[in-house]
Design a protein around this ligand. Sequence first.
Ligand code: FAD
Length: 296
Amino acid sequence: MKITQLFKGKKPLISFEVFPPKPDYPIETIYRTLDELRDLAPHFISVTYGAGGGNRRRTVEIASRIKNKQNIEALAHLTCISHSREEIDEISRRLLQEGIENILALRGDPPAGGPVKTDFTYARDLILHLRRMGTFCIGAAAYPEGRPENTDIAEEIRHMQEKVAAGADFFITQLVFINDHIYDFLEQLAKKGISSPVFIGVMPVYNSRQIWRITELSGAKIPRDFNSLLEKYADSPADAEKVGIDFAVRQIADLLAHEVDGIHLYTMNKARQAREILRRLGKTVSTLPAVARARE
Ligand code: FAD
């Protein structure tokens, strides 16, 4: 089923993101996580696409398992930065063969070696190409706080308009910790006439140093009070995880109270923590299927 059709039911939607195991680990290492996430009845699970190249084939394989063995809708990420048109067509055909109808169309990060030759310069070019194939429901990335490559949010919104014009059906945001930044962003989108559903990307913190690395790369801002706690527990991952889960529960509850379209949980392949977050959300929002399942 297409994600746009899922929106015809009740919003908000709850989705999870997983990434394929590294090439030197068997692909089966993710199966148990997928089973545990499936038990939480998310509306869909997305699978990242390795920009480095090594585990790209695994994205299709894992998305197919989610869709065909676990009967959960799958969203396959796809980056175009170092692919030819023929390669994109081949991957798209494989996705269709596996019954996968949803693609998150991204440019991807340029490889360390510098610019590459590609048939698609920006995500919107990939979106246009996929739209011409006619069959996919297409998502795209959004950046409520800008990104290191471009901190001009107004310009980012113009690029989102181009993505919509090219055929994007919905957006998923980069991880954000400060909800006010999201609400400002959504207001600006509305002013610019962008009415496509927007999933808010929430990344629970499990480890201070890891999240500092990730926010440095993505440009996401961490609230000062929360960062002080992460500093306090920099050498104690168990405590950092506890305050990280507390923060995520409060953040998601506030987002749901503001009636966002969807929450996209960056699970980091950790199902136990995702369950704990949803279970604790049950105190405030018990009507969501994923929340009800986590409480069982
Ligand atoms: P674009 O929207 O094309 O933007 C790329 C750059 O070009 C930006 O600086 C933008 O401002 C600029 N730009 C865009 N359009 C134009 C235009 N018309 N003219 C001039 N400049 C323009 N990466 C992976 O490798 N694998 C993944 O699975 C993955 N999943 C992601 C999931 C989400 C939800 C998000 C938010 C990001 C994900 N990324 C992933 C990271 C993403 O690939 C990088 O952020 C990448 O650098 C940009 O991709 P994009 O699709 O946003 O590119």
